[in-house]
Ligand binder design. Structure first.
Ligand code: ATP
Length: 403
């Protein structure tokens, strides 16, 4: 079954409001397993709106329209549907009664133009709108279905949930299920090359998305039943995991700081941080994790030489310059100062004065047992902050996951 969306309203074309309805309905159609191949935006012009609707009816089985159901002359959705269906609009006595009692409850006089919100065409039944005056229309004719809903998302969405979803669900269709695999450390083009053979296949499909927390792979399967779609996904997921396992850190709604929180709370271990070039961003990410106070004891941001010396990171009792040894020392200082089980140190070069190239970063993690594990990287200076924090979180998750 092919569905299509038309968002109506000149405000949308002028950029005065952003179309939220299409994204909402597109998501809902996927849940129902209905195919969506086209979505359009059209202004409040009868001729162009009618042309868009006729085209939609020629290529799709279900057309969902939002907006244009208000009382004013600019609200033309009903008139457009009536003309495309070659039917006449008539005032429906029951709808008229509903609208006039709505106005008297509000203590507002009902004006003549509100009457058009009480109209129907012979092929239409009204879709109740408990939160507004304009009911929607459910129009079935010649094996095509038009669903017309009001524009305000606050009215449209509840109507979708209470009226549209249950009716469309009964018509059957397939179920679409997606799974996201989250990676870090490989470029989009590298992943594209590694999983290339699966990119063009129809079911399940595979798509790549670059996100701030790494490249995501979205596997999407379609089947008559949810269990069958899930089985298709699992089979493909296992193959992709074999290829990318070293770089996959999570799925679906997982976040790195959320995983750290879960693992450390589960192990009853605590963590603290001493960071320089990341300027407190790692502490901020960890402090924002769920139930962070149960595992994150705190962080220190060290900036200039005297503070580094005072904390024993450089100078007599530590290494002489920023770098790998200093990052390890910072991890140790974090553990000591906060009496935590795990310490993380982040150090590196933001400018030439540090003696390191700008963008050179060191991440060191010191666990309750054993020596510090550390890695060093060269990132573009503009990306350094974000990357070093992401990588520290990723490195910690991977190290914790490997036991
Ligand atoms: P009303 O009865 O309130 O006039 P309507 O069905 O006539 O509703 P429109 O007049 O097209 O709808 O739009 C009314 C308001 O609804 C817009 O000003 C805007 O705030 C919101 N709206 C309409 N369409 C959309 C959309 N696609 N995405 C987000 N908001 C929308």
């Amino acid at each position: 079954v092919k569905a299509e969306i038309i968002a109506s309203g000149t405000e949308l074309l002028l950029g005065q409001i952003t179309d939220e309805n299409t994204a909402y309905i597109a998501n809902q159609l996927a849940i129902l397993g209905l195919d969506l191949f086209y979505a359009s935006i059209v202004g409040d012009n009868h001729e162009r709106f009618a042309a868009v609707l006729s085209q939609a009816l020629a290529r799709s089985d279900i057309v969902i329209i939002t907006g244009g159901l208000g009382p004013t002359k600019g609200d033309i959705t009903r008139e457009v549907i009536a003309s495309v269906m070659h039917e006449n609009m008539e005032v429906d006595p029951v709808l008229k009664q509903n609208i006039s009692s709505h106005f008297s409850r509000m203590g507002v006089e009902m004006t003549q133009n509100n009457l058009k919100q009480a109209t129907l065409i012979p092929s239409a039944v009204a879709v109740p709108n408990p939160l507004g005056t304009a009911p929607g229309w459910w129009v079935e004719k010649n094996e095509k279905l038009i669903i017309s809903l009001p524009g305000p998302p606050g009215e449209m969405q509840p109507m979708w949930q209470s009226e549209v979803h249950p009716r469309l669900e009964k018509r059957g269709g397939a179920v679409i299920v997606s799974r996201i695999l989250k990676t870090w450390g490989l470029s989009e083009s590298k992943i594209d090359q590694l999983v290339g053979p699966f990119m063009g296949l129809p079911n399940p499909t595979l798509a790549l998305y670059a996100k701030p927390d790494g490249i995501q792979l979205r596997i999407t399967a379609k089947a008559p039943k949810r269990a069958e779609a899930e089985a298709l996904i699992l089979e493909r997921e296992n193959i992709l995991r074999n290829i990318l396992s070293a770089n996959i850190w999570g799925t679906d709604d997982d976040t790195l700081h959320g995983l750290i929180s879960k693992i450390l709370i589960g192990q009853n271990r605590t963590l603290s941080v001493v960071e320089s070039i990341s300027g407190g961003l790692l502490s901020s990410a960890l402090a924002g994790a769920p139930e962070s106070s149960r595992f994150f004891k705190g962080g220190i941001v060290v900036t200039n030489e005297s503070v580094r010396t005072a904390f024993g990171i450089v100078g007599d009792s530590g290494p002489s310059a920023p770098g790998d040894a200093a990052a390890s020392r910072m991890a140790a200082v974090a553990r000591e100062k906060f009496s935590s089980d795990i310490g993380i140190g982040i150090d590196g070069g933001l400018d030439k004065a540090t003696g390191l190239s700008a963008g050179h970063a060191f991440i060191s993690i010191l666990f309750d047992s054993g020596p510090a594990v550390s890695q060093s990287y060269n990132w573009r200076p503009q990306q350094l902050n974000r990357r070093v924090v992401m990588h520290a979180l990723y490195y910690l998750v991977k190290t914790l996951q490997s036991g």
